[in-house]
Design a protein around this ligand. Structure first.
Ligand code: ATP
Ligand code: PRP
Length: 216
């Protein structure tokens, strides 16, 4: 091991528990005392890693900048930011899809009278690429949460958002009209760190892949 432990950026929120569980299965439980504290650098009990709990959308930038050597993040977030990081492993959990959804009776893909569709989303870049590839002209409205509200209140005709169980859409009278992409959690790695600490990264990737295979 060279110097400090490998730093791993983990997304606070719904992926955190599964990510920590996975590291636990390769023998790197989070130190019990640190877990119950307000500390923001959490060592693993075996001294191999330091976990950095950060906002999900910030994981790629922590890893691209080298502040973290590696990280765990949803493919949806990764595709939105397009940071230059390695993506060695699909971790399998956190499955969901990014989709275009609309009120059950809404027109799609063309609105009557040639009206330009307004689309509310937190995933502006992914939505821009998706509609551009299809040659559809839309106006994108950036919203950071509760996106399903936008068509209900007339702010937008359609939304682009994550769908997991479909419950949020159903309970708000919305339906998927087209899938944009699938997403699961990915291990991402800083390019320079991967070169400089190759053995440690290879061991990390092999250990995680082994744990995933065992549970498959
Ligand atoms: N039902 C779901 N809704 C949202 N994200 C989901 C869902 N299922 C799986 N995910 C995955 O979990 C990741 C993290 O979601 P989470 O809700 O914890 O953070 P966030 O609300 O997107 O971001 P922030 O931390 O900025 O609030 C998503 O990027 C996605 O890959
Ligand atoms: O298909 P479902 O299982 O219902 O999950 C999808 C919902 O979960 C997410 O929202 P989140 O709970 O993160 O809140 P947010 O809208 O504030 O981002 C996502 O943005 C959808 O609204």
């Amino acid at each position: 091991m060279t110097g400090r432990p490998l730093r791993i950026a983990l997304p606070k929120g719904r992926m955190m528990d599964e990510a920590l569980l996975l590291f636990g299965r390769v023998g790197s439980e989070i130190d019990a005392e640190a877990r119950d504290s307000r500390r923001l650098i959490l060592p693993s009990a075996d001294g191999r890693f330091e976990f950095l709990p950060v906002k999900s959308g910030d994981v790629p930038i922590y890893v691209e900048s080298g502040v973290a050597d590696a990280g765990v993040v949803g493919l949806d977030v990764l595709e939105e930011g397009q940071q230059d990081v390695l993506r060695p492993l699909d971790l399998g959990f956190g499955g969901c899809m990014l989709a275009v959804a609309a009120p059950a009776d809404a027109a799609y893909p063309l609105l009557p009278g040639g009206t330009m569709p307004r689309v509310a989303t937190k995933y502006v870049e992914s939505a821009r690429r998706f509609f551009a590839q299809k040659g559809m002209q839309v106006e994108l409205i950036r919203i950071s949460g509760s996106v399903e509200l936008a068509p209900l209140l007339g702010l937008a005709h359609w939304i682009v958002d994550l769908v997991q169980t479909g419950r949020t859409l159903a309970e708000n009278g919305l339906t998927v009209v087209e899938k944009v992409s699938d997403s699961t959690a990915r291990l991402i790695v800083n390019r320079a760190s991967h070169k400089l600490r190759l053995d440690e990264h290879q061991r990390l990737i092999a250990d995680l892949a082994g744990a995933l295979e065992k549970s498959a």
